[in-house]
Design a protein. Structure first.
Length: 66
């Protein structure tokens, strides 16, 4: 679940297991637009902080067993 989206710096996503138990927080560089979880991978669509607002996809591995 996204907890903070910051246009100037970073976004944060809280990660929970299926139980649900809090696992940790992912700090995403730049502004998060959207995200999805594919298996054990967190996929985040990000808008860069450059003047053009370039978009990219960041991938984060989620620990096995959550």
């Amino acid at each position: 679940m996204p907890t903070q989206v910051d246009r100037a710096g970073h976004s944060y996503i809280d990660v929970f297991s299926l139980e649900p138990e809090y696992v940790g927080t992912v700090r995403v560089v730049d502004r998060m637009i959207d995200f999805d979880v594919l298996g054990e991978t967190l996929v985040v669509l990000v808008e860069g902080s450059d003047l053009e607002g370039t978009r990219r996809i960041d991938w984060y591995e989620i620990p096995t067993g959550i």
